[in-house]
Design a protein around this ligand. Structure first.
Ligand code: ADP
Ligand code: ZN
Length: 603
């Protein structure tokens, strides 16, 4: 006899089994316990409150800061036959009154509410009169003032516990680090709640870090391996977002810009298109992404260096929520480090905060230049051990070579010193290589003892040396002086030849080209036999039309993984179709006939 929760998982959601700790979390909350759930993006947090809301008496109240996405969340629930609604500032007062009436009449299973709305006297009063199954506090890291997503109203959510101590609360987040965990527990009075910490590994996401030489060109090459797939490209500034989006569009890619400076209407429309259409590439600042639960984002590309490892992991976590293969690609150069340092130092934050942010940037830089398994390094950062050798990151798939850079480092540092610690890497490299540019002559640098001592390495190799010296904290970019390189306290032993250094060898061009080829072509991330692929594409078209008719995102109808299973199994009756993962009774009822008919029409 399956438990009621498992039965519901099959019948309503069409899933075969719980994932990871879902079963324990769901049972704990059904039994009335408080829970703090830490799970990576795509881990399946929503089910942890949805199922208890359906099983416990009354309506589950979900606090979420993501007003723009509530409608989609509710729509996805309704497609499953769940009675869901939302209350936020986008509703007319008549519509809100109708939702309130439904809640009081016991006609709702799930109600999504914006935090500021929830805290209004009217809403608190409403909760007093309604039967509430549980409180779910989504994106719980919004209580943390150190994070990117701080929401002051989240701090006031303690009222839920004070006023209704008997209603279970479940707080959920994908932010893993220990200080944030602690802050959530304290701020939401969840110290006594049971903590469920899942593994943060995302085995289906492939990590790749490349050095920038011509960012846009490299991005276009990368995108050639992801034709017609949805993805996000993160860029450093609004201006960059605009120009990258334009360049991609000019190259025939369905790219749209998104940043906080774009008119709200246009921004919402772009987000809508990203969610609803297949194959849209969103070029965005980090203003985009929280709560975007589009499951079939096939890649997240950083065309510029992100700000921290935490940020990078959150952003890349938006790829491959459906568990299908996905790629996280990061392209960075020394210029990015200079830009970011400048941004931090010129920011409004206090000194302590600035120092913290600079340290975070340094850690990220260390990660980029590391030769160790990326997954191991990332998980290690969050305190989770991993044996390494994941087989699905650049360092594991193409192990980097290293070389003895002791002499080169010495030459580089002394040349920085001799030129007066006033120049960027480009000029210092010219001096090292003995290139008598106009600037070299103007400053009389051909007379220096370091002029021409580095002609054994080419410009690219020297750039790599300088990048790695900065990443290792042996040089720093002086922001006051437009990124001029300066020695640090740690440079001296290297200059004296007392410290040995090993550098990572750049992947030769040829090797890169060949990996590109194996990943090229249409939809390379998903392998399928030709007949299935034909059915899959036909089903995708049907899904697009259906989604457009209902004005909902395509994935609300069926996920890619479900369409793929249908295409591969080619079921010929409703019973067979109903056994496909992701098809519960409600979807079978709504779409079963249409899907079978479509399969008949497309062999
Ligand atoms: P999160 O909120 O943790 O980022 P979601 O709740 O949106 O993740 O779930 C991510 C994806 O995983 C969704 O597409 C969801 O349908 C799917 N999913 C969740 N739990 C299961 C399960 N037990 N079996 C199969 N798919 C699941
Ligand atoms: Zn690895």
């Amino acid at each position: 006899m399956p438990s009621p929760a498992l039965e519901l998982l099959h019948r309503v959601f069409g899933h075969t089994a719980f994932r990871g700790e879902q079963a324990q979390i769901v049972q704990h909350v059904i039994d009335g316990g408080d829970a703090l759930v830490l799970m990576p993006t795509g881990g399946g947090k929503s089910l942890c409150y949805q199922i208890p809301s359906l099983i416990r008496e009354g309506c589950g109240l979900v606090v979420s800061p993501l007003i723009a996405l509530m409608q989609d969340q509710v729509e996805a629930m309704r497609q499953l036959g769940v009675r869901a609604a939302y209350l936020n500032s986008t509703l007319s007062s008549e519509d809100a009154a109708e939702v309130e009436r439904q809640l009081l009449a016991g006609e709702l299973d799930l109600l999504y509410v914006a935090p500021e709305r929830l805290l209004s006297g009217r809403c608190l009063n409403l909760i007093d009169r309604a039967k509430i199954a549980l409180f779910a506090i989504d994106e719980a890291h919004c209580v943390s003032q150190w994070g990117h997503d701080f929401r002051p109203e989240y701090r006031e959510l303690t009222i839920l516990h004070e006023r209704w101590p008997d209603i279970p609360r479940i707080a959920l987040t994908a932010t893993a680090d220990e200080p944030t965990q602690r802050e959530i527990a304290e701020r939401l009075t969840l110290e006594d709640a049971r903590r469920f910490v899942s593994s943060f590994d995302r085995p289906n996401v492939r990590y790749r870090v490349v050095h920038k030489d011509n960012g846009t060109r490299q991005l276009l090459d990368f995108l050639a391996g992801h034709r017609d797939e949805s993805g996000i490209v993160y860029a450093f500034s609004r201006k960059r977002v605009e120009s990258v989006a334009e360049q991609l569009a000019a190259a025939g890619i369905k790219a749209l810009p998104y940043h906080a400076g774009i008119d709200a209407g246009v921004r919402a429309a772009n987000q809508r298109r990203f969610l609803q259409e297949d194959g849209v590439v969103m070029v965005a600042t980090i203003a985009f992404g929280m709560g975007i639960d589009k499951p079939d984002v096939r890649f997240v590309a950083h065309i510029d260096l992100p700000k921290s490892i935490e940020g990078y992991y959150q952003e890349t976590g938006r790829a491959g929520r459906d568990g299908e293969p996905a790629e996280a690609w990061l392209c960075y150069g020394l210029g990015d480090v200079v830009n970011l340092r400048q941004l931090i130092q010129q920011g409004e934050a206090g000194e302590e905060r600035k120092r913290l942010e600079l340290r975070k940037l340094d850690s990220l830089l260390g990660f980029c230049e590391s030769t160790e398994c990326r997954r191991k390094a990332l998980l290690g950062w969050f305190g989770e051990p991993h044996p390494g050798n994941c087989g699905n990151c650049d360092n594991c798939m193409e192990p980097p070579q290293s070389w003895d850079g002791t002499t080169a480092a010495r030459k580089a540092l002394s040349c920085v010193y001799r030129t007066g610690q006033r120049f960027g890497a480009g000029h210092v490299i010219d001096v090292l290589r003995g290139t008598a540019t106009e600037k070299v002559t103007r400053f009389g640098h051909e007379a220096l003892s370091t002029f021409g001592i580095g002609s054994d390495l080419d410009v690219k190799q020297w750039s790599s040396v300088f990048r790695q010296l900065v990443a290792a904290g042996l040089l720093e970019a002086d922001i006051e002086r437009h990124g001029a390189l300066r020695l640090t306290a740690d440079s001296a032993p290297v200059l004296r030849g007392e410290r040995e250094l090993r550098f990572r060898t750049e992947a030769p061009k040829a090797a890169r080209a060949s990996t590109r080829k194996t990943r090229g072509g249409a939809a390379p991330m998903i392998d399928m036999d030709p007949a299935s692929l034909l059915r899959f594409n036909a089903l995708r078209e049907w899904r697009s039309t259906t989604a457009r008719e209902q004005n909902v995102p395509a994935y609300v109808i069926f996920h890619d993984s479900t369409l793929r299973a249908i295409a591969e199994n080619a079921p010929d009756d409703l019973d067979d179709l109903g056994r496909i993962p992701g098809i519960g009774v409600s979807k079978l009822d709504r779409y079963g006939e249409a899907v079978l008919q479509h399969l008949l029409d497309h062999g």
